[in-house]
Design a protein around this ligand. Structure first.
Ligand code: TYD
Length: 341
């Protein structure tokens, strides 16, 4: 069998770059083309270590740009497409959701059309547990109704529905993964865990929304990447697979641990600020289906968070430049008017 070529979109982002690194390492018989628009959250440094791998190549482009996607697929046959490309930050979607609709809905649709034309063997859509909305008790399995409550989650749900429609209508061999909150190396420091770690390292305060009793299920990025690989290789077409970390924590608990690991004090460094509008109180996933195809998360949060803090301490040269310039403006817009309570 000739070596397969996988198109990975958004491979310069957090989960995408961890996936590319893992797939190249663990599947010596594939090559990867990474299509990435290099938006603010993408970073070529995320894949500096595989840049010279002959099985890896990079193409700059936007998945919502129909011509760019068609050109790429016209010139190279792809066996597989894995779509990581997305706008993902809830708080930014509350400020302005234009880019979310463009990338997460329209971009997914453009890729689906191209995948159908190219007759790919597999199309995997990387999605999120946030499409299920707030889960007051129990855990969402894949049959739970989608009930997104933020512009971000609604845009991901729109993409998911297009994927399912393409699978049903055109028999496109497509699948969806829905991951829980992900943490680990190379996460852009606007998200909760890397924002708090980097602020604490710099002796800055951290903004905890509302009472901090919101519950998230934390999945290590290596487990997430491994789960996507498992679904890609062993999942059933037309199906959705939840990937959760089995590590539920309140934001308050996580904050306390981060403060401790960064050797700061809760009283001086934690600001309780005005809550996010429409803030989902709890997410929880039932992952029976992914476990049935042999996947389960390997990292527990207790050690994963220690390793993650260490990674940010040891890789200041990676994140420091990211917190300057446009990020500083975003931080000001997002946080300066948030009163404490
Ligand atoms: P986030 O990393 O934005 O992920 P999501 O909203 O997709 O779950 O936030 C994780 C949790 O942390 C969420 O409940 C919101 C909270 N949070 C804060 O309390 N303060 C912050 O500055 C941020 C960014 C998040």
């Amino acid at each position: 069998m000739s070596a397969e070529v996988w198109l990975v979109t958004g491979g310069l982002g957090f989960i995408g770059s961890n996936f590319v690194r893992m797939a190249l390492r663990e599947r010596p018989d594939i090559s990867i083309v990474n299509l990435d628009a290099v938006t603010y959250a993408a970073n070529p440094a995320n894949l500096a270590d595989v840049m010279h791998d002959l099985r890896y190549s990079f193409v700059k482009g936007d998945i919502a740009d129909e011509r760019a996607v068609a050109d790429l697929l016209a010139h190279r046959p792809f066996d597989v497409i894995v779509n990581f490309a997305a706008e993902t930050h809830v708080d930014r979607s509350i400020l302005d959701a234009d880019a979310f609709l463009r990338t997460d809905v329209l971009g997914t649709y453009v890729l689906l059309k191209a995948a159908r034309k190219a007759n790919v063997r597999r199309f995997l859509q990387v999605s999120t547990d946030e499409v299920y909305g707030h889960v007051p008790t129990g855990a969402s399995n894949e049959d739970a109704p989608i009930a997104p409550r933020s512009p971000y989650a609604a845009s991901k749900a729109g993409g998911d529905l297009q994927v399912l429609a393409y699978a049903a209508t055109f028999d496109l061999p497509a699948l969806i993964t829905r991951g829980s909150n992900t943490y680990g190396p190379y996460q852009y420091p606007e998200k909760f865990i890397p924002l708090f770690i980097t602020n604490l390292i710099d002796d800055w305060p951290v903004p905890l929304y509302g009472d901090g009793l919101q519950v998230r299920d934390w999945l290590h990025v290596e487990d997430h990447a491994r789960g996507i690989l498992a679904v890609l290789e062993r999942g059933e077409n037309g199906q959705i697979y939840n990937l959760g970390g089995d590590n539920s924590r309140t934001n308050l608990e996580v904050t306390q641990r981060l403060v401790e690991l960064c050797e700061r004090s809760f009283e001086t460094h934690v600001r309780h600020v005005t809550d996010r509008p429409g803030h989902d109180r709890r997410y929880a996933l039932d992952c029976t289906k992914a476990r049935a195809i042999g996947w389960s998360p390997q990292h527990d949060f207790a050690s994963g968070i220690v390793d993650t803090v260490r990674w940010y301490r040891e890789n200041e040269a990676w994140w420091r430049p990211l917190k300057l310039g446009a990020f500083a403006d975003y931080y000001e817009t997002q946080y300066s008017k948030r009163g404490t309570h």
